[in-house]
Design a protein around this ligand. Structure first.
Ligand code: SME
Length: 164
């Protein structure tokens, strides 16, 4: 049984490095995508301070559909180009939104969310798996250190989850 060690780092780069190591251990040897995605979401949700939702939106060939997550029930389908998730998917670039209320395209799932980061998940062959979305009840919760750390964490997930 995997038991996540408590995070000892006090700085963001260190925190994400430890989280990436834990993710590698947690996902190692398991081939089930759903099991890995669900455990990854649970690991991050309980390790990162000041977040109220984290999870996957997976591309079904047409639009994004909610996948394994932690937090309150969320919007199920998001069209490409719509919402912060849909923009990240189309632009294939991480989106950091300091104030979701000021974002013209933000899709509300949990009214508690104030800021958000979305990382696109792209297979090595260039096809879109989906996006990884993390919400916070605090304004400007995510900065460049979160962007860099979250991208490393997502790269770890893609490696472990069997990217094609
Ligand atoms: N806020 C997202 C939608 C997903 S929820 O935050 C879980 C967006 O604008 O794409």
């Amino acid at each position: 049984m995997f038991e996540a060690a408590s995070i000892t780092a006090t700085d963001k780069p260190g925190l994400y490095t430890e989280l990436a190591q834990q993710a590698r251990g947690l996902l190692h040897g398991e081939k089930s995508f759903i099991a890995n995605a669900a455990n990854f979401a649970a690991l991050v949700y309980h390790a990162l301070p000041d977040i109220n939702w984290c999870g996957f939106y997976l591309f079904d060939g047409d639009e994004l559909v909610v996948g394994p997550f932690q937090g309150k029930p969320a919007c199920i389908r998001i069209a490409l180009g719509r919402g912060v998730c849909g923009i990240a998917a189309v632009e294939r670039a991480t989106q950091v939104v300091a104030d979701v209320a000021a974002h013209p395209n933000h899709v509300y799932c949990d009214s508690a969310s104030r800021s958000e980061i979305v990382v696109p998940l792209v297979h090595a062959d260039g096809t879109l798996l989906g996006v990884w979305d993390v919400d916070s009840p605090h304004l400007a919760r995510f900065d460049d250190a979160d962007r860099a750390g979250m991208e490393v964490l997502c790269a770890e997930f893609m490696r472990a989850a069997g990217s094609r």
